[in-house]
Design a protein around this ligand. Structure first.
Ligand SMILES: Nc1ncnc2c1ncn2[C@@H]1O[C@H](COP(=O)(O)OP(=O)(O)O)[C@@H](O)[C@H]1O
Ligand SMILES: [Mg+2]
Length: 235
């Protein structure tokens, strides 16, 4: 088991001390190599759950075991280090730097690692290849690319530090159906071929159907966990 959440709760307090319970008593286990989706209405706690799993935020209560190690009470610095090494993120809005071209964007997460420039470049090319990004576009800037292409670049960037887990928050939210399916096919391939553990948040049933398990949130609680029978393979 790669991820285990035990009685996780998250309460946000704003400056007039109004409390919002974003997650309550979440118990969740995710196996290494699983491809899981998280669904639920807006405000149900999906992004909060992803931030906690991704070590971008800490729970108010509960225990988080990542590969069997309790990460609930580690310092910010150590969490950042684990996050950079183990987790790749993909977001709805891509978050590519507009002044950098495709390959420079993919290289970004590795700038702290002790690689030579040519090794970084080689690695970035491999990551772009892994998401089927056409080589002839690698010197293009983000505003010259379609949404689907930008999301491929963002996925390639997420692969740059060889993560074990990919977390994607509505990765197809800005894409049309066909492009969205192509992005999901990319995730399926990474899941099958590299054994990456992948968790995606999605609003769309047809996207969730391509994963192996759907976790349904409502009002900060898991209200259902369904294995997807006949998960539709696109690869
Ligand atoms: N930084 C924050 N401060 C205060 N409340 C927040 C914050 N982030 C999220 N919330 C609240 O927590 C609840 C869950 O939000 P979120 O995890 O973003 O849900 P979802 O991603 O499912 O739309 C919502 O009521 C939201 O308003
Ligand atoms: Mg959200």
């Amino acid at each position: 088991m790669i991820i285990k959440l035990e009685n996780i709760s998250k309460i946000y307090k704003n400056n007039s001390s109004i409390e919002t319970v974003a997650l309550r008593n979440i118990n969740l286990e995710i196996n290494k190599g699983e491809f899981v989706s998280i669904m639920g209405p807006s405000g149900s706690g999906k992004s909060t759950l992803m931030h906690i799993i991704g070590l971008l935020d800490s729970p108010t209560e509960g225990r988080y075991l990542l590969e069997g190690n309790d990460v609930s009470s580690l310092s910010e610095d150590i969490l950042a280090e684990i996050r950079n090494r183990k987790i790749g993120f993909v977001f709805q809005a891509f978050y590519l730097l507009s002044r950098k071209n495709v390959i420079e964007n993919v290289i970004l997460p590795s700038l702290y690692a002790d690689y030579s420039h040519s090794l970084r470049r080689q690695k970035a090319l491999k990551c772009l290849e892994a998401v089927a990004f056409p080589e002839k576009f690698i010197h293009y800037y983000p505003n010259q690319l379609s949404g689907g292409m930008m999301q491929r670049v963002a996925i390639a960037r997420a692969l740059m530090n060889d993560p074990e887990i990919i977390l994607a928050d509505e990765p197809t939210g800005n894409l049309d159906t066909k492009t969205g399916e192509a992005v999901i096919a990319t995730f399926q391939r990474l899941n099958k071929e590299r054994g990456l553990t992948i968790i995606i948040i999605t609003h769309e049933e047809y996207i969730a159907e391509h994963t192996e398990r759907i976790i349904l949130l409502r009002d900060g609680q898991i209200i259902a966990e369904n294995k997807v029978l006949n998960s539709r393979s696109l690869v």
